[in-house]
Structures are given as structure tokens and as C-alpha cells.
Ligand binder design. Sequence first.
Ligand SMILES: Cc1cc2nc3c(=O)[nH]c(=O)nc-3n(C[C@H](O)[C@H](O)[C@H](O)COP(=O)(O)O)c2cc1C
Length: 217
Amino acid sequence: MANLLLGVTGSVAAIRTPELYEQLRQAGHAVKVVATQASLYFFDPVALDPARSERNPAVVLLDADEWPGRAEGRRWQRDDPVPHIELRRWADLLLIAPLDANTLAKLANGLSDNCLTCVWRAWDLARPVVLAPAMNTLMWEHPLTIRHWHQLAAMIPKGIPAPDLDVDAVITWINRQATKLRVVPPISKRLACGDIGVGAMASLDEIVAAVRCALDQ
Ligand SMILES: Cc1cc2nc3c(=O)[nH]c(=O)nc-3n(C[C@H](O)[C@H](O)[C@H](O)COP(=O)(O)O)c2cc1C
């Protein structure tokens, strides 16, 4: 049993968050969720965390929970928690599923303007991370997406992949070379937007299997 931090971003695949959360718990793990503002368009945190409040986000942590009382003019007090650091300390593994194009770009470039990207930026690189991207086919095939995977691959201390590799080959390279970073590639099907092609988040079984694998390594 491990402490899993599930990051959720603003892809339609976030509608599967309650199901994924349940599958991870059924696998015996303690699970906390850190959700971006956009992801809340696709699932209701109360479904996972009925007792949640700003002062007690037991399971699902939102950006607002990092700044309690800010809107009312409250200021951070010495000994107040720093939630993204506490989450990082708590978690044995970070899973981001779905990982949308926007957050992929932030991970690759080190932007940390919300709780999830702060966790990533403060992450202990000795602990595993699993990424399950999901986006429209043309977003997936866009040269920027390949550039972002190359940037993430360059973090792995085992050389860098050949610059002419396509997106599938870079991900294969990452999964072969990295001991602590695992990517569960998207699959091809009719997407929620009606387009047919690669971009749908991998099956929940495949994601849970990747988590198991990453914990065993
Ligand atoms: C209905 C809808 C569906 C979306 N689906 C996706 C998606 O599957 N993948 C993606 O990369 N962006 C998708 N987006 C765009 C993201 O939600 C948007 O880029 C957002 O700013 C992401 O913020 P976040 O990365 O902080 O969660 C969608 C937006 C809407 C309105």
C-alpha cells in the first residue's frame, strides 16, 4: 500500500476521476487528489470528499485550499501549512491523469502557478511520477507537444533522445530510460469532441497497472 497523489487537469477525461480514485483505493492505496480549477468543470470534488471544507480538505485539494481566507484579506501566519509541500512529503507517487496540453506545457517549462504544478516543481525526483495525457488529436500531434516531451526527456540523467524522434518514439524512449517517470500514452478512438484519432486517455486499468509497475521499480 502506498500514498498516491492523483493530479487532475482540465481534460474531458477528468469525468472519470471518481472511478479512477475508486480503482486506486481498491488496489489498496491511500489516495489524495489535487485538482486544477479547469478540472472542476468535469467532476465534483464533493463526490470524493463529502466532508471537505476550506479548512479541512481531507481528500481533494483545490487551488483555493492553498490560500485559505485570502479573499477575506487573511494573511499567511508563521506555522500555517504550505499544502503543496505537505502533499509532496506525504505522497509516495504522483499520478497526473488526465494530463492536459496546458499542464504538460507547464511541467515541461517549470511553470508553477497552481497547487498541482507546485507539487511537480517541488517533487522529490527519487519518487515515481506517472503521466497519462489526454487531448484532442491535433493538439497531440502539434509540434509543441513533441517539444514538451523532449523537454521532459531531457530531465532524465541518461542522455537525451534523438531530436528527430516523433512523439510516440520519445515516449517509448522515456519509458525505457527513466526509472522514475512513466508515461501512459493516449489511445486512438472517437474523442468527446467528435474527432477520431489519438488523444483519448488510456484505460483506467492500464493507468492502474502503470502505477503498480512504477511502485515496484
Ligand atoms: C469542454 C472542454 C474540454 C476540454 N478537453 C481538453 C482535453 O481533453 N485536453 C486538453 O488538453 N485540454 C482540454 N480542454 C482545455 C483545457 O481545459 C484548458 O486548456 C485549461 O486551461 C486547462 O487548465 P489546467 O491545465 O490548469 O487544468 C478542454 C476545455 C473544455 C472547455
